[in-house]
Design a protein. Sequence first.
Length: 367
Amino acid sequence: MIPASSAGTATLKCCTMKLSQFKFKLPEEKIAKYPAPHRDECRLMVLHRKTGEIEHKMFKEILNYFDEHDLFVFNDTKVFPARLYGNKEKTGARIEVFLLRELNQELRLWDVLVDPARKIRIGNKLYFGEGNSIVAEVIDNTTSRGRTLRFLYDGDHDEFKRQLYALGEAPLPRFVGRESEPEDMEQFQCIFAKNEGAVTAPAAGLHFSRELMKLMEIKGIDFSFITLHCGLGNFRETDVEDLTKHKMDSEEVHVGAECCQMVNNAKENNRKVVAVGTTVQRALEACVGTNHRIKEYDGWTNKFIFPPYDFSVANAMVSNFQMPLSTMLMLKCAYGGYELIMDAYNIALKENYRFGTYGDAMLILDK
């Protein structure tokens, strides 16, 4: 086993990592199409950074590695049914519309992606639902696939949102390899999801069941929440070999006073601070000060973390097994050490771990 590096410092001789170093062969059958029958019954690989030891467990056993007043930090963003299908005026062509975010509530303006984009121009109208209950007009081009839509709807905002979301479906990543099903809107959502705004789930949090959260309380393990609205940038292909030139999409993030107090107290008392997912790592690192303590933050972040990087806050991390070339994989390698993580991925492939949003999980511990 290759020894692990210290937190956030990859065991690399080169100064700048390249995109191609995060490429590996992932057979399609290794990508999970559905979640485990019960949230906390997926497999869990436990990785000890200091020794390089690897253990194979079930996710519900995760609490065995933590004690009273250790702190789990979760992302409580809530996924909305962002993928819907409409028809173009006159031709009736079927168009996929992926809602990204609401730009103006009063004017009903939305930032969206459309597919096929070549058919959709400024001035075109799209019709949604039975009887064309909702109509949208294209008023701007933003990117090659991006458009600004103005929805034309008579009724108050809450009624409009209900109607719009009723037409949508769970925005599963394309690599899942199947169409969304009604059950996905619940399964593709963390049980503690609260603040709406994500177009993909913070996958590491999906494994925590109500029963497991109750056991955490009984054991005296603390938990707190940040909000980072996960965007499609998590799955956008990185198109530059030199990672210093890659630009992450900005995502809205909120870290409140209560979370700051709990994280800082845990660190002062030498407790474990567990980042549940790459989004939590990015949020914590975006609001950390020079004294390694976090402060309140309410804004946007496009922080891109890849090896080598010195982490300041978390000393443990929960994460899924990500896709090749993923920026989430890069962050995990920055945290756990490049060679150690990539070796663990090779073992995961041999041991038939499931990859992707609905797949199995990894716990990375300092010791």
